[in-house]
Ligand binder design. Structure first.
Ligand code: PMP
Length: 397
């Protein structure tokens, strides 16, 4: 009886996804996900990974992971609060705190866990959260889990934020107010207006939370994030970063005051109830932070490549939206056409993910490119030639 109900639920929903063309098989990568890689058996230029700095395949990180694995073993063996805190986790937290110019840092197993655990540990049903309507799913889930009133403001619209926070403040209904935003928005590559957000928060006694998943290793001095980019040191209460995108490994962290981090170590549920990051991952993350702290070379190369690729794509007639970062959308509009475009690019040797509603608003379907420091100019030229050929054939340019 139970299994029949489950089967009916699953088959009805899977059929609906198939009818809408949203049932997609996972692309499988053979070997490393470098700038050129083998996906579903075909060699392509990879313009879809978050490996912004190429660190995921950097031999220095691989060596650090091996050394840490040899020293500590394959797994941490327990949650951080029992016997899973290894000195290598603390070393990573100290290095990150220095890198972020923060008093302290706590590391979680992923960026997703970080948002889920942090928002739910800070906010309660007596509070309200002002949340950008385009914030990442992990922020949305963390907000829901907290039980706080969620007030969505229009994307990066500071007038709307001002209006909604004023209403919340004047209602006198809430104990705490928090403004939460992605630092860089992953679908359009635009940067949150952090200076104005901080100013508005100060006006209404709210605190601020920025998720720098796509800004870590990308924005600011040596890639240290959006607070550095805007020179807002000490003005943002919670800074989230991932270790799984530009840093090239896996994990997430919160940087803030010692008091905040102490609280999260006692009340961040994924920290308390999910096994600690593997020692190998911690070792590789430490090496990545050392590399970034020593030199801005990789970050500079990333931006140089991004500017090069973006100017070439727009010069051949593509609409690349209003990105301010290496995330480069090519806006197509029609959903089926965007998906077909992505497939045709793949057949011709470029992997650029097609993205449609509900991930982006209707009528703005696109393929999204992420340029990395590991791409060579020759690879980018080759990709542009493929874009030219496929776009012309499909009547897009
Ligand atoms: N926040 C944002 C804005 C993200 O884009 C992502 C990754 N898609 C995450 C959080 C989750 O990070 P992780 O992959 O490390 O879990």
């Amino acid at each position: 009886m139970g299994s029949k109900a489950l089967h009916e639920f699953l088959s009805a929903n899977l059929d609906e996804l198939k009818e809408k063309g949203l049932y997609r098989k996972l692309p499988v990568v053979t070997g490393p996900t470098g700038p050129r890689c083998i996906i579903n058996g075909k060699e392509v230029i990879n313009l879809s990974s978050n490996n912004y700095l190429g660190l995921a395949n950097d031999p220095r990180l691989v060596e650090a992971a091996i050394k840490a694995t040899e020293k500590y073993g394959a797994g941490a063996g327990a949650v951080r609060t029992i016997v899973g805190t290894l000195d290598i986790h603390e070393e990573l937290e100290e290095k990150l705190a220095k890198f972020k110019h923060s008093e302290a840092v706590i590391v979680f197993q992923s960026g997703f866990n970080c948002n889920m655990g942090t928002v739910s540990a800070l906010m309660t049903k007596e509070d309200a959260i002002l949340s950008d309507e385009l914030n990442h799913a992990s922020i949305i889930d963390g907000c829901r889990l907290s039980g706080a009133k969620i007030i969505r403001y229009k994307h990066s619209d500071m007038d709307d934020l001002r209006k909604t926070i004023k209403e919340a403040y004047e209602s006198g209904q809430y104990k705490k107010l928090m403004i939460i935003t992605d630092g860089v928005f992953s679908m359009d590559g635009d940067i949150a207006k952090l200076p104005e957000i901080v100013e508005i928060a100060e006006e209404y006694g709210a605190f601020t939370y920025v998720d720098d998943a796509h800004a870590s290793g990308v924005l600011g001095k040596n890639g240290s994030g959006s607070v550095s980019h805007f020179n807002l040191y000490g003005k943002v209460d919670c800074q989230i970063g991932t270790l799984s995108k530009a840093i090239g490994v896996v994990g997430g962290y919160v940087a803030g005051t010692k008091e905040l981090i102490d609280w999260l170590k006692l009340r961040g549920r994924p920290f308390l109830f999910s096994t600690a990051m593997t020692p190998g991952a911690a070792g590789a993350c430490i090496k990545a932070i050392e590399i970034l702290s020593e030199s801005s070379e990789l970050v500079d190369r990333l931006w140089d490549n991004a500017r090069y690729f973006k100017s070439k794509l727009s010069s051949i007639g593509y609409d690349i939206g209003h990105s301010e970062t290496p995330i480069t959308p090519v806006i197509i509009g029609d959903e089926a056409k965007a998906m077909k475009f992505s497939d045709e690019l793949f057949n011709s040797g470029v992997f650029a993910q097609g993205i449609a509603f509900p991930t982006v608003p209707r009528g703005t379907a696109r393929v999204r490119n992420i340029v990395t420091a590991a791409h060579t100019k020759d690879m980018l030229d080759e990709a542009v030639e493929i874009y030219k050929k496929v776009g012309t054939k499909m009547g897009i340019i």
